[in-house]
Design a protein around this ligand. Structure first.
Ligand code: CAA
Ligand code: FAD
Length: 385
């Protein structure tokens, strides 16, 4: 039987993970969502809980302290967390789909042995690509690294870095040879105690419990063995990882939309006006049905992209479509959810308005909606010209 909010293609293991993340989200995250949003701060107990639940090394091998699950499992966890709090979801998303994946995919055996266990069990990671003058045009980054003896000396700054107030491990993209253009971009792994300055923390419209800071590097010294994937390989690492990461953001937006839907729809069947539940007026029922279609479309695109990636098939275009559509659906459904609940939807108390505030970020980070459309357009042009 078809039920909204699920797929019948999950394996038994994925289904079990889904249920355990649902329990964690409801019991541990749920009670803290409003306070964290108002204080603009992630509760450290939640970060600890994510590690204890095995959600910070979902695809990491058991040898390295991880859960050794599938990419789809990571996507499920991100979706389920976002139903309750998109801020907690993005923390888990960046840590798994960006930071851990860079190491698993491009790290040497020594680097994986050193960093993956820490990332799976205790230390939060950040992915540092964007800068004040390079967002969409990410490969124009201005951070520079120069070799001195057996160290790299990094100067520059990063902006908009998720998890950075709490993170201890940072993947930093810097150009070691600007004469080669983006082919000079190199990926480094660094720790906070090497001297990374965590500067301005942004005050945001949504995902307020997720930290977003500027980082400054003033002669930051990184050991030479901390280059990931080879000199000049950073641009490829960044974009290949972002292709995968975009499926994570699609899952975050999907979960967000489902969370708003799940809060508002039951209310429409309780609330009576003109002697009947408001959700049963055709004008309301059709909007709810339309939202259900949009949710299911986003779900199918997201999990199709995830499975394709997992099966080693091409997935870049599918990931861009999933992220684009899920971001549109998240804004649309969370906005409608406020209206379906009437005045109470507009108050802080129900938590519905928060989903709408949180939804705006989906069209901005990990490549704006225009960047996704540009990626899709390039594929179409290739196929049809
Ligand atoms: N997949 C694989 N390779 C790609 C690619 C893709 N989607 N897009 C571009 N490339 C490669 C090209 O093949 C080319 O490589 P080669 O020279 O080796 O062939 C190289 O990148 C440059 O290609 P273009 O000249 O077409 O690319 P560009 O310079 O115009 O823009 C881009 C490339 C910076 C990747 C841009 O398309 C883009 O995606 N911008 C958005 C940046 C982004 O997503 N930032 C996210 C930061 S992290 C974050 O946001 C985390 C968070 O919030 C939670
Ligand atoms: P711009 O690139 O200046 O874009 C402005 C507008 O111009 C957008 O509408 C865009 O679509 C449009 N535009 C730009 N170029 C084109 C084009 N070629 N064609 C058509 N339209 C175009 N970055 C990280 O590296 N790590 C993180 O952890 C991280 N976390 C973030 C968290 C938050 C809360 C935010 C807000 C951002 C985060 N980012 C992170 C940065 C994020 O990836 C960038 O904000 C994003 O890539 C857009 O860059 P920008 O803000 O400079 O916008």
């Amino acid at each position: 039987e078809f039920t909204l909010n699920s797929l019948d293609t999950f394996t038994d293991e994925e289904q079990l993970l889904r249920e355990s993340v649902q329990r964690f989200a409801a019991e541990v995250v749920g009670p803290k969502v409003r306070e964290m949003d108002e204080k603009e701060k992630m509760d450290p107990e939640i970060i600890k809980g994510l590690f204890e639940q095995g959600l910070m090394g979902i695809e990491t091998s058991a040898d390295h302290g991880g859960a050794e699950s599938s990419f789809t499992a990571a996507i499920i966890a991100i979706e389920e967390l976002a139903k309750v709090d998109p801020s907690v979801s993005v923390m888990c998303d960046v840590h798994n789909t960006l930071v851990n994946t860079v190491l698993r995919k491009y790290g040497s055996k020594e680097q994986c042995d050193k960093w993956l266990p820490q990332l799976a069990t205790e230390k939060l990671g950040s992915f540092c690509l964007s800068e004040p003058a390079s967002g969409s045009d990410a490969f124009a980054l201005q951070t520079r690294a120069k070799k001195e003896g057996n160290e790299w000396v990094v100067n520059g700054s990063k902006m908009w870095i998720t998890n950075s107030a709490e993170a201890e491990i940072f993947l930093i993209f810097a150009n070691i040879d600007p004469s080669k253009g983006y082919k000079g971009i190199t990926c480094f792994i660094a720790t906070k105690d090497m001297g990374i300055e965590i500067a301005k923390k942004e005050e945001k419209l949504g995902i307020r419990a997720s930290s977003t800071c500027t980082l400054n590097f003033d002669d930051l010294r990184i050991p030479e063995e901390n280059v990931i994937g080879g000199e000049g390989k950073g641009y490829k690492i960044a974009i290949e990882i972002l292709n995968e990461g975009r499926i994570g953001i699609a899952a975050q937006m999907l979960g967000l939309a489902q969370g708003a839907f799940d809060k508002a729809v039951p209310y429409t069947y309780q609330r009576q006006q003109f002697g009947q539940p408001v959700g049963t007026f055709q004008g309301m029922a059709f909007q709810i049905a339309e939202a259900a279609v949009q949710l299911q479309s986003a779900r199918l695109l997201t999990y199709n992209a995830a499975r394709r990636k997992e099966e080693g098939k091409s997935f870049t275009q599918e990931a861009a479509m999933a992220k684009y559509l899920a971001s549109v659906v998240a804004q649309k459904v969370s906005g409608s959810a406020i209206e379906w609940a009437g005045g109470v939807g507009f108050t802080r108390e129900t938590g519905i308005e928060k989903y709408w505030r949180d939804s705006k970020i989906g069209a901005i980070y990990e490549g704006t909606s225009n960047i996704q459309l540009q990626t899709i357009a390039k594929f179409i042009q290739k196929q049809y010209s």
